[in-house]
Design a protein around this ligand. Structure first.
Ligand code: HOZ
Length: 452
């Protein structure tokens, strides 16, 4: 596999790997065609692999913890479709449920019993979501939640945190993580300043900055939105007391607290971070896992707040494919599998802990300074010796070293998220053998970084 710096625009390749034996000819051919038809050749920016200095591999299929590219190369998959695939690819119960739904019809644009079943499963897992509205993506969920919070409070200001990413919502693309961080975009073109001036971005985990902001502007705040365990600047857990203080200050200011659990909901625990911490937000957004790999988002919260949503209230939000029967069927199947297995999250946690510990050992052996952050089945290897607690510290990472690591891992058959500022995901389909193979691959990959 050759790195092709000439094909990746502005990214400077600091390290190059020796030509490998893995061929990506078919992927390359498809990607060249994609570039002529789709901006950057991808339907979501990070997938273009620009931050890791190579062309993307084009995926042909997945099964369990593995994916195969268009050339037939096999990889252990830690991308997991960016989080939804907690049960791995093609879980039989999810596939069967989608097949059965398919026979009944693909879309009705009308109420179905199954969407009520999914809403009920969500509310049972997240009691704070007294009422739930299904949408098609996490972006739609967060966009709608802040609209409802603004409608409910009659206020405008949205408080968010640097490095958190809540989808490509205009008002929330301020100091955002994920692809915005990956591509180092200072601001996103196409969003009027008039929209973002109502957004206050504070450093994550900085309780003093939080207190100060709420003291000055708390009375104007419609809501504060946070990833309670951040996945979109890489995995960054909350410092002790941070979320508690956020809850106290939002309550005091009568601002709506929104937990964006699109990534963490049903992943870190069946009831998300709110169940793990006991902190009860006013509203929650979900996505990823609740769709079992099909496009679903949800937002919900206190009944009095959700009473704002049309047709019950004056806040309009709608969608032709909302509550789509195929996606809902996948989501129900997924949640049923998760809900009936009380040991599932502990097993996932242990497997990921084992993997994380071994990766750290390998980094140490190679003399590569890294910080490994993990919560449950989410983790990130940051190429920095500093603790990573916020966006500023995440950005101290050596992204060129990450790129070298990523490429060597891919060459060795391990598919990680192609950005320093994304979390990797372990699924229930990963096995001890996958962990062993990943650790073996990492030995060469850390060495490749060390000998850059
Ligand atoms: N931004 C999402 C991950 N944090 C999704 C990226 C993608 O689908 O390419």
């Amino acid at each position: 596999m050759g790195c092709r710096p000439e094909a990746v625009g502005k990214i400077i390749i600091a390290y190059s790997l020796p030509e490998g034996t893995v061929k990506h000819d078919r992927s390359s051919e498809i990607f060249q065609r994609a570039r002529r038809l789709i901006p950057g050749g991808v339907n979501s920016p990070v997938r273009a692999f620009r931050a890791v200095g190579m062309e993307p591999i084009v995926i042909g299929r997945g099964a369990g913890a593995h994916v195969w590219d268009a050339d037939g190369n096999q990889y252990i998959d830690y991308l997991g479709s960016w989080g939804p695939l907690l049960l791995g690819h093609c879980h039989p119960e999810v596939i069967d449920a989608v097949r059965a739904a398919l026979d009944r019809g693909t879309s009705f644009g009308a109420p179905t019993e199954q969407e009520v079943d999914l809403a009920q499963l969500i509310r049972e897992a997240f009691p704070s979501m007294e009422k739930v509205r299904l949408v098609n993506s996490g972006t739609e969920a967060t966009m709608s939640a802040i609209r409802v919070a603004r409608g409910f409070t009659g206020r405008t200001i949205v408080v968010k945190f640097e490095g958190c990413y809540h989808g490509h919502v205009d008002a929330l693309l301020v100091k955002a993580g994920s692809g915005v961080a990956t591509l180092s975009l200072p601001d996103t073109a196409g969003i009027p300043e008039d929209v973002t001036r109502h957004t206050i971005a504070l450093p994550f985990n900085d309780t003093d900055a939080l207190r100060d902001a709420f003291q000055r502007r708390g009375g104007e705040a419609a809501c504060a939105i946070v990833e309670p365990v951040v996945g979109n600047m890489g995995c960054v857990p909350p410092a002790p007391g941070f979320l508690e203080e956020l809850r106290r200050l939002t309550q005091q200011a009568a601002a709506v607290l929104i937990f964006d659990e699109v990534m963490t909901g049903f992943r870190l625990d069946y009831g998300g971070v709110q169940r793990l911490t006991g902190i009860v937000p006013d509203m929650t957004t979900l996505g990823k896992v609740i769709g079992g790999g099909l496009p679903v988002g949800a937002y919900g919260g206190r009944a009095d707040i959700m009473a704002q949503v049309a047709p019950e209230g004056p806040v309009y939000q709608a969608g032709t494919l909302s509550g789509n029967p195929l996606a809902v069927a996948a989501g129900i199947a997924m949640l049923k599998v998760l809900g009936r297995d009380p040991g599932l999250y502990t097993r996932l946690d242990r497997l990921t802990e084992q993997l994380a510990g071994r990766l750290l050992e390998e980094a140490g052996r190679a003399g590569v300074p890294v910080t490994l952050n993990r919560r449950g089945s989410m983790f990130t290897v940051f190429f920095t010796p500093r603790p990573v607690t916020d966006y500023a510290s995440a950005k101290t990472s050596d992204t060129a070293a990450f790129g070298a690591f990523f490429r060597a891992m891919l060459e060795a058959g391990v598919y990680l998220p192609p950005s320093q500022f994304e979390a990797a995901f372990v699924s229930t389909a990963h096995t001890d053998a996958d962990v062993e193979a990943t650790v073996r691959a990492s030995r060469g990959a850390f060495e490749a970084v060390a000998h850059k």
